[in-house]
Design a protein around this ligand. Sequence first.
Ligand code: SF4
Length: 218
Amino acid sequence: MRATFARLQAAYPDAHCELDHGSPFQLLVATILSAQSTDVGVNKVTPALFARWPDAPSLAAATLPEVERAIGSLGMFRQKAKRLVEMSRLLIERHGGEVPRRLEELVALPGVGRKTANVVLGVCWNAPEGVVVDTHVQRLAQRLGWSTHDEPIAIEQDLMKLLPREAWDTLSHVLIFHGRRTCGARKPACERCPVSDVCPSAFEAERVGRKPTRVRGA
Ligand code: SF4
């Protein structure tokens, strides 16, 4: 596994979090916004959002309709606006406006789950308490044979055993880059994949790690 990961790492040396941000607080906001939305979509709204409300004190003082308007192009924007304002208020109340560095404190904030918390801990301080398993990481872990599980929590546990903690953040970014650029859900480009010679799903991956098709009315 480590040799395969090293080859993927070499293929994507600039793999990084693709959510634009200028501080831990802004990354926390962008990650909350990214639920059910693409990074590209989030990066379209955050420049204006962060120009107006760059930190917890300013966003805590914003009104809901203002924030809703600023993020209105994203899915679940009303719910997300509420979470952002509440989260900012709690950051001030509990942490002096700073983003905490402990998972338990992060997940106690509105809109912050284990995945969001580990994005922030990993990207800002390279101190994640787990591996971020999004849809790409989930699919790739299955295709590469690094996990036989379907559920993100179980996949995360498998990945955590394969590499040391200092590699967890990079592991997620490399797999997300590979998933976005080469090993797509519908059409994995196995013919130009740098690890096709060792991938157990090579050239038959379309059916591995894909979410089942929704049946109308089911
Ligand atoms: S060989 Fe195909 S399925 Fe395997 S990692 Fe590469 S692109 Fe994905």
